[in-house]
Every structure is written in C-alpha cells, then in structure tokens.
Design a protein around this ligand. Structure first.
Ligand code: ATR
Length: 282
C-alpha cells in the first residue's frame, strides 16, 4: 500500500467499552501493517461535522457504534443496498473521490459466524425456519442476513408486537411477526433460534424460554456475549442442540471494514477470540 500509513477509527459516545480497537489492533499487528485504528468519542451534536470532515481527515473510514448508527445512515453520501434496507450504518468507507459510503456489516458478520460455527448449510436446517427474538437494530440486520442467505421462513417475536411487524416487513413473503405466546408452536418447527434481545446480558433478567419443543438437530444462537455462556445457550446444550455464542458476530462484523481500509481480508482465528474473551474477563 502506498501513501501515508492507513488510519481508521471507531466512533461512539461513550466509546471506552468498545472492543473494536483490540480486534483491529490484533489484525494490524498480525499482518505487520503499519496503520492505526483509533477510538474516537464524538457527542451527537458534533457527529454531522465529524462525518462531513472525514474526506479531508486522512482517515480511510471507520466503525460507527451507539448512538450514531442512524445518524451515519442519514449522513453518508452513498449506502450499500444492505445498509439501505437495515436503516443503520456501522461501517464508513472514504472513497478515493472523498465520498463516504455507509455499510452495515452486522448481517454478513452474523452469517459468517454461523458458517464458521455450524457449516455453510445452516440455512437448510430443519426445513429452514428461523425464529428471531427481538426487534431492535440487531434483529433488523439478522433478518436481512438470514433472508439473503435463503432462509425459507423467518418468524419474529418481540415484547412490543408492532416492532416485530416492522422487522418482518424487511423480508416480505419470508418473514412474519408472531406473538410471544405462540413461540412454543413456532419453536417446534424451528431449525434455528436467534436471541437478539438484551435478555441474558449481564445485569438483565435471563431469557426464560422452554426449548423442549425444538427439533433435534436445531441450533440456538445468542448475540449476547457478556456473559459468553448465557442461560439460553446452557439450556440449548443441555438439550443436545448446537449452541452459538455472541462473540463471533462481533468479530466477523469487523472483517469487511478492515479489508476496505487496510487492503487485506483478515481471518477470525482462535487466538483473536481468546484475546477478546480474556479482555471480557474470562
Ligand atoms: P439493539 O439495537 O441492540 O438490537 P434495542 O433496539 O434496544 O437493541 O432492542 C432491544 C430488544 O430487546 C428489543 O426487541 C426489546 O424489546 P422491545 O422492542 O419490546 O423494547 C428487547 N427487550 C429488552 N428488554 C426486554 C425485556 N425485559 N423483555 C423482553 N424483551 C426485552
């Protein structure tokens, strides 16, 4: 790569908790790339000027986290079709012409994680029905990702039903909203269950769900990664179901950004995972 050392960032408010500098720092060191990945705290009022100033900043782009994902969507000069659909941007890339492209890498990140954990034929598991719990930004990305990968049917359940309907509308003809009370029947035909709610996260109530109706051979994925082993995943293991933790999505969503800014597609390796697990406190 010619020119000055490539620089990228993660921007949020607050930003101290972000693990992205650890992930990208690991890859920069592993590949001997003389670039940098910086943590930037930018308040919401200053974010529009931050994005407008990017072309002249010398940054090649960066990751966007809370609370700026929707603002980044509105401020980018162009969007990938995926980001357009999801309505939120977590990755910005400064083009050679100075235009800022917004992408959402949560969807391919989640799917790449399932590929690595379950094998690439996961969309066909148990007839291809996936049940998604929750209807926030993560659920939007995951429903778009599952539909892109050919899930035959997606059922979305959420505490607030109207939000589940809005998420299901992202995959017309494939996704439907269902009532939380209808989960036992939905689970009986589900090859994949994904928790995108904050239930099970440290400091939150556990997700209490009876997995008994799920068919043998089904998989359960949680996007919560603190703790790594949620009550939901423990229950899945006890039933002999495949259990997929939330850390992989965090690692895999970082891959497309690194490739765009630093010119090399990095791998999600066990040593990277171990490093983040150690940082999370075991
Ligand atoms: P994100 O963007 O990370 O997905 P979010 O938009 O805050 O986060 O969404 C959190 C999800 O967890 C929502 O689906 C929320 O349900 P509501 O849409 O009804 O708010 C769900 N959630 C959070 N706390 C919950 C609780 N105690 N019981 C059930 N669902 C809960």
């Amino acid at each position: 790569m010619s020119g000055p050392h490539p620089r990228a960032f993660v921007v949020g408010h607050p930003i101290a908790h972000s693990r992205s500098p650890l992930i990208h720092g690991h890859w920069l060191a592993a590949h001997g790339i003389p670039g940098s990945y910086e943590r930037l705290d930018v308040a919401p009022a200053a974010f529009p000027d931050f994005v407008r100033g990017l072309a002249a900043s010398g940054y090649r782009g960066g990751n966007v986290t809370l609370p700026h994902k929707e603002a980044a969507f509105a401020l980018a000069d162009g969007l990938t079709p995926r980001a357009e659909k999801i309505g939120a941007v977590n990755t910005l890339v400064v083009g050679p012409d100075g235009r800022i492209r917004g992408d959402n890498t949560d969807a391919p990140g989640f799917c790449a994680h399932l590929d690595q954990s379950l094998g690439a034929d996961w969309p066909a598991r148990a007839g291809g029905t996936a049940v998604v719990l929750g209807a926030g930004g993560a659920a939007r990305a995951i429903v778009v990702g599952l539909a892109e990968r050919g899930a035959a049917r997606i059922l979305v359940a959420n505490r607030t039903p109207a939000r589940a309907q809005a998420v299901a509308a992202l995959a017309p003809g494939i996704a439907d909203a269902i009532a939380w009370d209808d989960l036992p029947a939905a689970l009986s035909e589900a090859g994949l269950l994904v928790n995108t709610t904050s239930l099970g996260m440290k400091g939150q109530p556990p997700l209490a769900l009876d997995l008994a109706p799920m068919p043998a051979g089904a998989a359960v994925a949680d996007i919560v990664y603190a703790p790594l082993e949620t009550d939901l995943l423990a229950a899945a293991r006890r039933r002999g179901l495949a259990a997929v933790d939330g850390l992989g999505m965090l690692l895999h969503q970082a891959v497309p950004g690194f490739e765009a800014w630093f010119g090399l597609r990095p791998a999600v390796t066990p040593d990277l995972r171990d490093r983040i697990v150690a940082d999370l406190g075991g």
